[in-house]
Design a protein around this ligand. Sequence first.
Ligand code: OOG
Ligand code: MG
Length: 260
Amino acid sequence: MISDKRPTLAEMAEVVDTAAKDVKPIAQFTTMFDLDSVDAYAVQQLSIGRRLARGETMVGVKMGLTSRAKMIQVGVDEIIWGRLTSGMRVTDGDTISVADYVHPRLEPEIAFLMGAPLSGKVTAVEAMAAVDAVAPAGEIIDSRYENFKFAASDVIADNASSSGFVVGGWADPATPIDNLGMTVERNGRPEQAGSSAAILGDPVRSLVEASRLLGEAGVRLEPGWILMAGGATAAIPLAPGESYRVVVENLGRVGFSITD
Ligand code: OOG
Ligand code: MG
């Protein structure tokens, strides 16, 4: 490790933010210098601060690596979180361009709509009392690191690979979500299939974890924010000219098409 050449946290934030903005892959931080998770979260906050300074707003939080399938796919076995901004929102049925991403992938998720603030240690019942609605969702992840390869601190600094999210119709929060079939389809054909139970046994546990981790970081889920529970299956690559859809049993479907 070349610790004496370590950039400042603000410089690292500029590197990940610029990589996302200019769609240019970067070298993995932890192969060049030491970075612990506390500093990595500070880099994430600073890089999102740059987005907010450009006029984007905070709209929620995403949980990452809350399923075995996801942990195995990227080789990191730690639950992480990232920030969602207005600039990352993709509208259901939209057409997007892969040119806006380095190497985008889609994963099937469940989203919670917060109706009340939530932070700190809570029970599942307390967490759900703060939820107004649940929805089928898809996350577009796009690591800014070359070859989608990273260690835990790298991906935390890179906002947990978050680059887009799409949310379907909101449903009654009393809808059972602990064991729903979830698939990702490409051109109408399932490419990945799993269950919402893959998300920590129940996506509500991801919300409880989010509340705890955010509480430790001095962050609060705000009313109106979205909390993405994490991918239930491995993510699939997005390719030009294809259409993609996430289907969640009982909750419905959500998707988009790729132009170029
Ligand atoms: C890290 C982000 C993981 C999820 O839902 O598990 C994530 C990555 O896979 O690049 O968003
Ligand atoms: Mg995700």
